[in-house]
Write a protein that binds this ligand. Structure first.
Ligand code: AMP
Ligand code: GLY
Length: 434
C-alpha cells in the first residue's frame, strides 16, 4: 500500500514512525506487507527518515489529487484539521478518480465538530453530552452578549466560532476585560472571520485531559488518554502554546472515570454523529475537564492532538495500518487493538521567544547522541546538510518508563543533549500528577 500522510509536525512524525513499522511487521492472518511507500507532505527533517517528503500544501487539493494519481497512492492520512475542515475528504468522495481512495479523517460536516464551536455546542446539547452552559452571539446581538456576561461569574470564557490556530479562546478575569475582548472579537475581527460568531460559556474549574477515539462511522476504538501541558511557563503559567509536553496514561483517569467518559460522552457522540448522517472516519479528540469526578467536554477536535500523539501512538502496540484499513472498510469492530502498559511522556523543546516571535534556522546538534528516547521532530528542516529549527515547537522527546518518573528522567536527560540557540523546555512536565 502506498500512503500519503499530510502534515509537518510532531504528530505527523509519530504517525510516520508508527506506519513505517507496518513495513516490517507481517500481519499473521493475511501475510501481507502493508506499507510499500510512504510520502509525507510537506513533512519535516524527522519524517524523511520514514518516507519521502513532498513539497505539497495539504490544503491544495488539486495538487494533492495530481500527486495521488501520479504515485498510485492507496490511502491518505490527514494529520491537521485545516484540510479536513476545508473538505478534503468530500473532495475525494466527489471525484471519480479519487472516490475509492480512502481518506483517514472525517468529512467537512464531521470536521465541523472542530471547525465551528457553535456547531459542536449545539451537537452536545442535542445529544445530552455534558458541557459548560453557553450562548452564541454575533455583532447584531452584542448587547445581549453583554447581558449574558453579567449573569455569569468570572472568569469568562470567550471562544471564536471558527478555526484560529489554537488561539481562539480567551479567558478574561473581569467583566470589563470580557466586554472589551468581546468587542474586539465581534466588532474588530480579532480572529478574522473566525470571530464573527463568538461562543460565551461558563468557566469550569477542574483538571483537563484528552481522550482519543478512532472511528469508522459504525464502531469505535478508544485509544490511550493523555494530558498535555499548554502554557509556556512552569506551574502552567504564561501564554498558551500548542503544547509543551504530554503524558499517557493519566493517573486521575481511572477505570470509574473512563467508564463515565465512555457512557456519557463517547457513546452519545458516536450515536449523535450517526443521527446527523455523518459517517465519521478518522480520529476524534475529545478535550475533557474533570469536575468533582465527572467529565465535561471542553472541545472536540477532528484529528489527533499534538503533542498528545507523541505519547498516544507509541502506546499502541497494534499495527496502525491494519486499524486504518478497518476505518476505510468499516470493519474496525473486527480489529484487535492492544496497548503498551508502560507510561509514555514527551517533553517539547521550543524556540526562544515562542509562543511569541522567534527565529528559525538555528542549527540543531546532539540528535545522534539521544539514547533511550525517541526525538519526534515538531518543527525542523534540512538545510545545507544540517538539521535546523523551523518552527516554534522543535523536537518532542518521547520516552517510555515503568513509572512516569522513569520516563521523564530519560526525556529530560536527552533534552540536555539536544542543543540549538534559544532552546527552552518545561522541566515540570508531569509534576502535578505525581
Ligand atoms: P479550546 O481551544 O476549546 O481547547 O480551549 C482552550 C483552553 O481554554 C482549554 O484547554 C481550557 O484550558 C480552556 N477552556 C476552554 N473552555 C473552558 C471552560 N468552559 N472552562 C474552563 N476552561 C476552559
Ligand atoms: N495539544 C492540543 C491540540 O493538539 O489541540
Amino acid at each position: 500500500m502506498n500512503i500519503l500522510l499530510l502534515g509537518s509536525g510532531g504528530r505527523e512524525h509519530a504517525l510516520a514512525w508508527k506506519m513505517a513499522q507496518s513495513a516490517t511487521q507481517r500481519v499473521v492472518t493475511r501475510r501481507v506487507k502493508k506499507l510499500d511507500k510512504l510520502f509525507i507532505a510537506p513533512g519535516n527533517a524527522g519524517t524523511s527518515d520514514y518516507g519521502e517528503n513532498v513539497s505539497l500544501s495539504p490544503t491544495d487539493f488539486t495538487a494533492v489529487k495530481k500527486f495521488v494519481i501520479e504515485k498510485a497512492i492507496n490511502m491518505v492520512v490527514v494529520g491537521p484539521e485545516e484540510p479536513l475542515v476545508k473538505g478534503i475528504h468530500d473532495f475525494f468522495l466527489k471525484d471519480n478518480e479519487l472516490k475509492n481512495i480512502p481518506v483517514i479523517g472525517p468529512d467537512a460536516k464531521g470536521a465541523q465538530l472542530e471547525g465551528s464551536k457553535d456547531f459542536s455546542k449545539q451537537f452536545m446539547i442535542k445529544y445530552g453530552i455534558p458541557t459548560a452552559k453557553y450562548q452564541t452571539f454575533t455583532k447584531e446581538n452584542i448587547s445581549e452578549a453583554f447581558s449574558f456576561l453579567e449573569v455569569l461569574s468570572p472568569p469568562y470564557v470567550l471562544k471564536a466560532d471558527g478555526l484560529a490556530a489554537g488561539k481562539g479562546v480567551v479567558i478574561p478575569n473581569t467583566i470589563d476585560e470580557a466586554k472589551k475582548e468581546l468587542e474586539n472579537m465581534l466588532l474588530n475581527s480579532r480572529f478574522g472571520a473566525s470571530s464573527a460568531k463568538v461562543v460565551i460559556e461558563e468557566f469550569l474549574k477542574g483538571i483537563e485531559l484528552s481522550v482519543f477515539v478512532l472511528s469508522d462511522g459504525k464502531s469505535y476504538k478508544i485509544l490511550p488518554e493523555a494530558k498535555d501541558y499548554k502554557r509556556i511557563g512552569e506551574g502552567d503559567t504564561g501564554l498558551n502554546t500548542g503544547g509543551m509536553g504530554a503524558v499517557s496514561p493519566v493517573p486521575f483517569a481511572d477505570k470509574t472515570f473512563m467508564k463515565k467518559v465512555e457512557e456519557r460522552i463517547i457513546i452519545p457522540t458516536v450515536k449523535g454523529l450517526k443521527k446527523e448522517n455523518i459517517v465519521y472516519k478518522g480520529f476524534l479528540f475529545i478535550g475533557l475537564i474533570k469536575v468533582a469526578g465527572d467529565p465535561f467536554v471542553i472541545e472536540y477536535n477532528c484529528r489527533m492532538g499534538d503533542p498528545e500523539t507523541e505519547v498516544v501512538i507509541p502506546r499502541i502496540k497494534s499495527d496502525i495500518l491494519d486499524l486504518f484499513e478497518g476505518v476505510a472498510t468499516q470493519t474496525l469492530s473486527k480489529k484487535k487493538i492492544e496497548f503498551d502498559e508502560r507510561t509514555a511522556v514527551t517533553v517539547m523543546l521550543v524556540s526562544g521567544g515562542y509562543p511569541g516571535d522567534y527565529e528559525k534556522g538555528k542549527v540543531i546538534t546532539g540528535l545522534d547522541s539521544v539514547e533511550n528516547s525517541i526525538p519526534f521532530h515538531a518543527g525542523s528542516a534540512k538545510k545545507d546538510g544540517q538539521i535546523v529549527t523551523n518552527g516554534g515547537r522543535v523536537i518532542a522527546i518521547t520516552s517510555y518508563g515503568n513509572t512516569m518518573q522513569e520516563a521523564l528522567k530519560k526525556s529530560f536527560a536527552n533534552a540536555e543533549k539536544i542543543n540549538y540557540e534559544g532552546k527552552y523546555y518545561r522541566k515540570d512536565i508531569g509534576r502535578d500528577l505525581s
